[in-house]
Write a protein that binds this ligand. Sequence first.
Ligand code: FE
Length: 227
Amino acid sequence: MIFRQLFDEATWTYTYLIASGKGREAVIIDPVIEHTDMYLTLIDQLGIRLVRAMDTHVHADHITALGALREKTQCITNLGEQTDAECVSETFKDGDVIDVDGIKIKTLHTPGHTNDSYSFVMADRVFTGDTLLIRGSGRTDFQAGDPGDSWDSITGKLFALPDETLVYPGHDYKGWTVSTIGEEKQFNPRLAGKSREEYIEIMNNLNLPDPKLMDIAVPANLKCGRS
Ligand code: FE
């Protein structure tokens, strides 16, 4: 399998590029518009063909490259059916299985950070978007976020995956790159040993500033990054 974890240093965003091998079709998850040319160069160098670009949710902190990549490669663009973005070519729903030239990706609706948040499950790994972060979780104070939903998504759906499942998040602010479900169950300070009520209390008192690009990014992303 070809697998690349790419990083946007301006917004601490991870993007993932996956294909089953050289000459095969590829999918990109959570691409950032500023890096469109870099993705296209890498795709070319790896000898793979981009057929699908998927966002885990409508992002508030960066502009998606979904629209730009579709223009350049004619790839299919995807978001969950709960999205307000009308620009994507297809939406997926909870429990769908997307097949990218032999790579099977199951879409798991994991609301909480936003109501349109999904996690993407493969055989040995899960892309958790901003639902579950390494030793953290995505804020729940805008875009129809809900801390109770976040708890239910993480503990009910993600923690039901095998402990050895690799966790690849949508962001990291400390330098972590990958975790496992077992590790997060044991060591995530917001979740380990906490009750649902305690988690809601924590999430309701984070007092985070709005993302710098929020007023630009959300409307832009509802148009797949194309104005
Ligand atoms: Fe987010």
